[in-house]
Design a protein around this ligand. Sequence first.
Ligand SMILES: O=C(O)C(=O)C[C@]1(C(=O)O)C=C[C@@H](O)C=C1
Length: 278
Amino acid sequence: MPDTPQTPPAAAEIAALRAEIDAIDDAMHDLLMQRSAVVGRLAGSRAKGSGSPLRPGREAAVLRRLLARHNGPLGRDRVVRIWREIFMASTAIQGGFSVACYAPSAQSEEAGLAREHFGPTTPMRIHPTAARALAAVSEGEASVAVLPLPAEGDAAETAWWARLEAPRLQIVARLPFLSGTDGAGALVVAPVPPDASGEDRTLMLFEAETRASRASVSQALADAGFVVPSVLLARAGEATLALAEIEGFLSVEDARLAALPWMRRTILGAYAAPVAGD
Ligand SMILES: O=C(O)C(=O)C[C@]1(C(=O)O)C=C[C@@H](O)C=C1
């Protein structure tokens, strides 16, 4: 069948559609300026305090709400990217912000996730070890550290999570928020506690008995009433360190913790449960 030549849209039609886009751009720009002014008031209000302006839980709650009402041809991943830029612009309005990323190279997965999350204009430094990235946060050189996800088989000496100085430093977010299919991920550590998003997971570290297995740790946690999507273990001399990912935003006052058999238990932080990608 011969191709039917497409009639080019009339110049007048293009002009009309572009005029519509211009009007929408003006309205969006007005709203962005209005939003920034509100953020400026937030920055000036004593209610928020003088610490880090970053509220990853609030960001996650905003994104969840928008994604739940989203429809049309604009991809959900684009919505997240646009709002990530808005959040980082709002963070910049409230003070300086920079990232210390532990990554073997600037091309590595963690560096890519950090760049994607914190945006191209946020200052970011790559550090050759987790300890150096965490020291940058402790010493006030960086606002947050981005570190690899804990993994089964992490040696106790290299497992940054086993030595995290919580509650002074805490895990506050997991990247990416919109989960991909490749399983890539990283954690964000800040010198402030996490804020709840409404749907969160808490990371807790336990010092269990020498011969503890993943199954025995999971069982003890389930018996205490916790829902535990994952547990991973690291041997540390005579002890077994267990890192449990627990459903919910736990506090040290949680009554269920009293039922656990282990003496050393530390909340390392919490993060918003990721949302499924496109
Ligand atoms: O709600 C706040 O505390 C803000 O600072 C505003 C805002 C936003 O732009 O929505 C910006 C940064 C925070 O990480 C979370 C939210």
